[in-house]
Design a protein around this ligand. Structure first.
Ligand SMILES: Nc1nc2c(ncn2[C@@H]2O[C@H](COP(=O)(O)OP(=O)(O)OP(=O)(O)O)[C@@H](O)[C@H]2O)c(=O)[nH]1
Length: 236
């Protein structure tokens, strides 16, 4: 039997690895034994991605589509922030993507703004392709982001949502592309509503996750989500 923390994770899991009579390794926690093959990998990194933009552009729907695979029938204005999570596996590493769906309405975001930007790993700026004002307001959102000392190294992407409303498009792709280039961002034009676009919605977040993974600077956390005491030994 290995001592507590014998799994090797520097954080020390709340549980222990034991060798049972059938000679296979099991994970024991609160008296429940789970075969080792079902135990999640030792460390799961968490990437915090915030989604910002005007009210009604579809931030909630995009995060629903990515995290839950569906388009919500009905949404209400976000108050403060809503969190959604999805665990993805890239090259054998499990990564928890923590998506912060922020309020677009000023009155619902005031007290929370500091929290949005603290320790953020990536930013998704969203506008509505059928509403020019949501595109012109992007300047303000970028200024707010920069004003909260978000490093230029933090990856950012631009998303034009509601592309399914083809007859109502006000923001030409060429204009959006120019803006994205000027701000060193990738541009995605998509629709949270159209199920055929779901892969494109996934691509927004997965491209950020891949870039973050490549940076290899982000710390590992144990499977409970707590920061590991010694981060370096968990880096690949
Ligand atoms: N046609 C269409 N409608 C969409 C799409 N995405 C969102 N909507 C609709 O747009 C409205 C606003 O969507 P939300 O996701 O709540 O917008 P939000 O940006 O989160 O708004 P706040 O929480 O106020 O910041 C809802 O009525 C959605 O059904 C889309 O891709 N296509």
């Amino acid at each position: 039997m290995l001592p507590h923390g014998g799994c090797g994770c520097p954080a020390g899991h709340v549980g222990r690895v034991i060798l049972v009579p059938d000679t296979s390794w099991h994970w024991e926690r609160a008296g429940v034994r789970v075969p080792q093959c079902l135990v999640p990998p030792r460390c799961t990194r968490i990437f915090k991605i915030i989604v910002i933009g005007d009210s009604n552009v579809g931030k909630t729907c995009l995060t629903f589509r990515f995290c839950g695979g569906t388009f919500p029938g009905k949404t209400e204005a976000t108050i403060g922030v809503d969190f959604r999570e999805k665990t993805v596996e890239i090259e054998g590493e499990r990564i928890k993507v923590q998506v912060w769906d922020t309020a677009g309405q000023e009155r619902f975001r005031k007290s929370m703004v500091e929290h949005y930007y603290r320790n953020v790993h990536a930013v998704v700026f969203v506008y509505d392709v059928t509403k020019m004002s949501s595109f012109t307001n992007l300047k303000t959102w970028i200024e707010e982001c920069n004003g909260h000392a978000v490093s230029p190294l933090v990856p950012r992407v631009l998303v034009g949502n509601k592309c399914d409303l083809k007859d109502l498009i006000q923001v030409p792709s060429s204009l959006a592309l120019k803006f994205a280039d000027a701000h060193n961002m990738l541009l995605f034009e998509t629709s949270a509503k159209d199920p055929q676009e779901s892969q494109n919605v996934d691509a927004i977040f997965m491209c950020l996750v891949c870039r973050l993974k490549a940076q290899r600077l982000l710390p590992c956390r144990d499977t409970e989500g707590w920061p590991a005491h010694s981060l370096r030994s968990c880096w690949k």
